[in-house]
Design a protein around this ligand. Structure first.
Ligand code: SF4
Length: 462
């Protein structure tokens, strides 16, 4: 089930076959369409569509192209349209200094007024930004000083990494359209890779900008799958993974759809099955959302209680279906060492491959070398190193007080020992942390400990 978060099927381009277009979208698995108004007229047409089709929602706003002779009286009419229960966002608004169809001072004035309208109505914004990043950020910063309470979508994102980072910092979502599938869009794809799953959307912006392989044709909501597939491909995921995450994002931003249910014990990402053993941890990393938002790729990992080994085993429907089974979750798995050993034994007997993702505290937690106990049960262990010094580790990972000052060296010792008992050992490093030198982490992993490492941005999980 995919969502087209930005369509204009109210436009004339669809007058001949609008019902067929909607039908094709449904047949392609499109669960919701957000039809975006660009002026009063199109906002009204979007509302009409939303009344006709339960799965279509509408926005009301004025596009920057149409702000040239805009009268302030328009805001009373927009307020009236926003009283409709299916109008869920303000926009499309923003700034377009590429086409400059309206004077820039008028664009800025009416962007600011629509941002204020969104704040007043407590609705998300749909933002159009083209060659106007500095002014967009400057205006939004006045109203969304941090990620708390910021809401809205940068639609058809075409900006650079700096704009994406700034938008995320202000709490906004980033939506990609057809251009991310175009051959020459390598730079845009690099940006798309860095957007956290909980801030990502796909859209068509139809009838414009059809994605590959439909480029050059009239675009329509059914084609959003091509954009979602590209987003999945460049992130090393399956399309179901990005669809699941985007459906949850749609619910969290607009209240439309379904919340992710807590209590997920086993969850599939790509061809791996992850087992969620615990939410407890001996760290409290500054970047970790295990308590505030324990969601990974649209799965809610909040646990009311920890699953028993029998429940974990039952949650693995068929070992042979997966490339690997991973003890992971939002917590430190080795706190449940006995459960790991029991379930891993059954997985190995069934012919499966087992990976353990750990913070490397296991030997300190259990006051013994646990690695011989895992020999033959775990094929690969991935250990979070996260820093190049003990001081930095304590600052970023905030280990239990009694672990501080010594745990970093203990993790390195855990890695050295792991190499004796586990066939594959690798370190992971969360990048973009203040003061962490990735090249020094690499040197610790490769030169000092003799293992490979994998880096991930601090806001990318799963
Ligand atoms: S070690 Fe992992 S689970 Fe524990 S706080 Fe850090 S990121 Fe979260």
């Amino acid at each position: 089930m995919i969502i087209d978060t930005h369509a204009h099927i109210d436009m004339e381009a669809f007058d001949e076959d609008r019902d067929d277009v909607v039908q094709r979208a449904r047949e392609s698995g499109v669960s919701y369409i957000l039809d975006v108004g660009c002026d009063l007229e199109s906002s009204r047409r979007a509302i009409e569509l939303s009344e006709r089709y339960p799965f279509i929602y509408a926005t009301a706003g004025v596009h920057p192209h149409d702000t040239g002779d805009l009268d302030d009286a328009v805001y009373d009419e927009l307020r009236a349209l926003h009283a409709h229960p299916k109008v869920i966002a303000v926009g499309e608004t923003g700034l377009d200094y590429f086409k400059n169809y309206s004077p820039q001072d008028q664009q800025r004035k009416h962007f600011r007024k629509q941002v204020e309208l969104a704040r007043e109505l407590k609705k998300p914004l749909i933002i159009h930004s083209r060659d106007a990043a500095d002014d967009i950020v400057s205006i939004l910063s006045d109203y969304y000083p941090n990620s708390d309470g910021g809401s809205g979508i940068f639609h058809c994102f075409s900006g650079d990494q700096a704009l994406a980072d700034k938008a995320l910092e202000m709490g906004f979502y980033i939506s990609f359209a057809g251009p991310v599938t175009f051959k020459k869009s390598d730079a845009l794809r690099e940006v798309a890779k860095t957007i956290p799953a909980d801030k990502l959307f796909a859209e068509t912006d139809c009838p414009y900008l059809a994605p590959m392989p439909k480029r050059g044709k009239r675009n329509e909501p059914a084609y959003v799958n091509h954009t979602a597939q590209m987003l999945a491909d460049i992130r090393g995921l399956k399309i179901e993974d990005v669809e699941r995450a985007m459906a949850l994002n749609f619910f969290e931003l607009f209240g439309v759809g379904e919340a992710a249910q807590p209590g997920t014990v086993a969850y599939q990402i790509r061809d791996s099955l992850y087992l969620n053993l615990t939410q407890r941890c001996t760290n409290d990393c500054v970047f970790c959302t295990r308590i505030s938002r324990p969601v990974v790729q649209g799965y809610n990992l909040a646990l009311k209680r920890e699953p028993t080994p029998d429940e974990l085993w039952a949650a693995i429907d068929d070992v042979s279906k997966y490339k690997e089974i991973v003890f992971c979750g939002f917590g430190e798995p080795t706190l449940r060492l006995d459960a790991i050993k029991e379930v891993a034994k059954r997985i190995k007997q069934a012919g499966g491959r087992v990976r353990l993702n750990t913070n490397g505290h296991g030997n300190v937690i259990h006051q013994r070398n646990i690695l011989p106990e895992l020999q033959g049960l775990i094929d690969e262990v991935s250990i979070s190193l996260n820093a190049d010094t003990s001081e930095k580790y304590d600052e970023i990972c905030k280990p239990w007080p009694k672990f501080r000052g010594t745990i970093y060296e203990e993790i390195k010792e855990f890695i050295r020992l792991a190499k004796e008992y586990i066939p594959t050992v690798q370190a992971t490093i969360v990048t973009q942390q203040n003061g962490v030198d990735e090249s020094k982490c690499e040197a610790v992993s490769k030169d000092e400990l003799g293992i490979n490492y994998r880096a991930r941005r601090n806001n990318l999980v799963g």
